[in-house]
Write a protein that binds this ligand. Structure first.
Ligand SMILES: [Zn+2]
Ligand SMILES: [Zn+2]
Length: 490
């Protein structure tokens, strides 16, 4: 082993070298670790460098092989990227190459193919495969909170009857329980009194008016009676409102019935006969107030038993509509700039049992100062009701999916503080007389997936690159560049 990264920066002993033993001791390039007479970096005429094209602003690489496919080191048919790599580069912030970095102008040469293999360098071919670029975020499935209702009684009392229990399906307006609340009886009674009083006073006014036309009744008496009637009407309005506040709707025209009939109608106001018929006689009071389901859904919590004393702050039932859920994801602040409404989302529950899909339909305008995350939401249909409330998992917000992304093994990419590189094998590597060397290319990193990383610029499909052991090439490149050329030291 003789390369820079193994020996530090010390000169290799010629006797240790394999494959170059025949070389004269004085024919050795210490800078490039190949025989001086064959060193393509020192003997400029051996393999002349092509005319430089400069830095590609669109792709952010020097000597852009996408814009100048003639640079490709491929013996087969040229294949350009099957997708818009400029658009993909612009999709989010990515590592950039310093346009003043000149390391790509060097080439990394081996004395022979054998010495390259001995150094542990292996090659791979630039491939095309499906890749997905996504922002990952932790999150939670919840029942749509706009479709979750926590129900309590509108008046204090005793639970008279409970008709539904946890897990039951309920429909809009369905009665879940009855509360015996004295406030209800009082309100009904006030309504009855106000009605009777108004009926009485109305009769009086009618009678006085009919007498008044004959001049028998003083005008003052008529006015007083009319004013008393008005008072009674106001009292009736307020009694009707008191019932409305308890959730009761008084049928129109009820106040025109006879008092006995009104009392009968009021007794089980708002409660259908099917329910009252099922009640034991002891609960046949006029105090009953129903607890109703506000929408179609499922009872997900019940906190009551018959006979329990409750007030208006006691939670009696929770109804939710489990067919509608929200997926709330907490996007890291650094990813916030990459996401937008409408992006597809895939969510997998922590136990791996389920995955659901949807689209981003809300993005919080503010980052949570505690967690430094941004909340986003996806509405999820849960038609079969199989998803559970408060299910944790991981969501992927898909930024981009490519069927034929250009990929290399992750180990093929090497980076310095101001640029990323790949080493492309010269296309004439196997012709016998050709020097064995690699071209240095700046690349732009895209998506990554397991052992693969996407390169959005810098290589074309079919090119051969140093994969395993590419760090050996970087070490040699840095070694020969010491003190010269690399933009990071400027
Ligand atoms: Zn040299
Ligand atoms: Zn370009």
């Amino acid at each position: 082993m003789y390369l820079g990264h193994h020996t530090g920066w010390k000169l290799p002993k010629i006797s240790e070298l394999t494959g170059v033993e025949a070389v004269e001791a004085d024919d050795w390039c210490d800078e490039h670790l190949v025989p001086e007479s064959a060193c393509i970096e020192c003997q400029k005429d051996l393999v002349p460098k092509p005319k430089p094209f400069g830095f590609c602003k669109e792709h952010g690489v020097a000597e852009c092989v996408i814009h100048h496919p003639e640079l490709a080191q491929s013996t087969g048919k040229l294949r350009l990227p099957a997708y818009d790599t400029v658009a993909a580069i612009g999709l989010r912030s990515r590592p950039e190459n310093n346009s003043r970095n000149t390391m790509h102008t060097n080439r990394v040469q081996f004395a022979s193919a054998e010495s390259m293999a001995k150094a542990g360098v292996d090659v791979d071919v630039v491939q095309q495969r499906p890749m997905r670029e996504a922002v990952s975020a932790n999150g939670e499935l919840l029942f749509d909170p706009t479709r979750v209702a926590h129900l309590s009684a509108r008046a204090s009392g005793t639970i008279a009857a409970v008709f539904k229990t946890i897990g039951d399906q309920v429909s809009t307006g369905e009665i879940l329980a009855l509360v015996d609340a004295s406030q209800v009886g009082q309100a009904k009674s006030q309504f009855l009194q106000a009605t009777v009083l108004k009926q009485l006073r109305a009769t009086t006014v009618e009678r006085l008016r009919s007498l008044g036309s004959g001049g028998v009744v003083p005008q003052k008496t008529v006015i007083e009676a009319e004013s008393a009637l008005q008072e009674a009407e106001v009292a009736l309005i307020s009694a009707r409102q008191a019932l409305a506040n308890l959730g009761f709707t008084v049928p129109e025209g009820l106040e025109n019935k006879k008092p006995e009939a009104i009392a009968d109608d009021l007794r089980f106001l708002g409660i259908p006969p099917s329910i009252t018929a099922s009640l034991p006689a002891s609960t046949h009071t006029a105090n009953l107030i129903p607890i109703r389901a506000p929408f179609d859904g499922t009872l997900i919590a019940t906190e009551v038993v018959a006979g329990e004393v409750v007030d208006s702050s006691t939670l009696l039932f929770t109804v939710s509509d489990p067919t509608r859920m929200w997926l709330i994801l907490n996007v890291r602040q650094e990813d916030a700039a990459d996401i937008r409404l409408g992006l597809p989302v895939r969510f997998e529950t922590d136990n791996g049992n389920r995955h659901v899909t949807g689209h981003l339909d809300w993005i919080s305008p503010a980052v949570d100062p505690q967690t430094r995350t941004l909340q986003v939401r996806v509405r999820i249909a849960n038609t079969d009701g199989s998803l559970r409330d408060n299910t944790f998992g991981t969501g992927l917000i898909i930024l981009r999916e490519e069927a034929r992304a250009i990929v290399v093994p992750r180990e093929a990419v090497q980076s310095t503080p101001d640029a990323s590189f790949i080493f492309v094998r010269d296309k004439n590597f196997f012709s016998e007389s050709s020097p064995k060397f690699f071209h240095v290319r700046q690349v732009r990193l895209g998506a990554s997936d397991g052992p693969y990383v996407e390169l959005l610029a810098g290589v074309l499909p079919g090119e051969v690159i140093a994969a395993k052991g590419s760090n050996v090439l970087l070490a040699q490149l840095l070694r020969s560049n010491l003190g010269a050329g690399c933009g990071c030291h400027e």
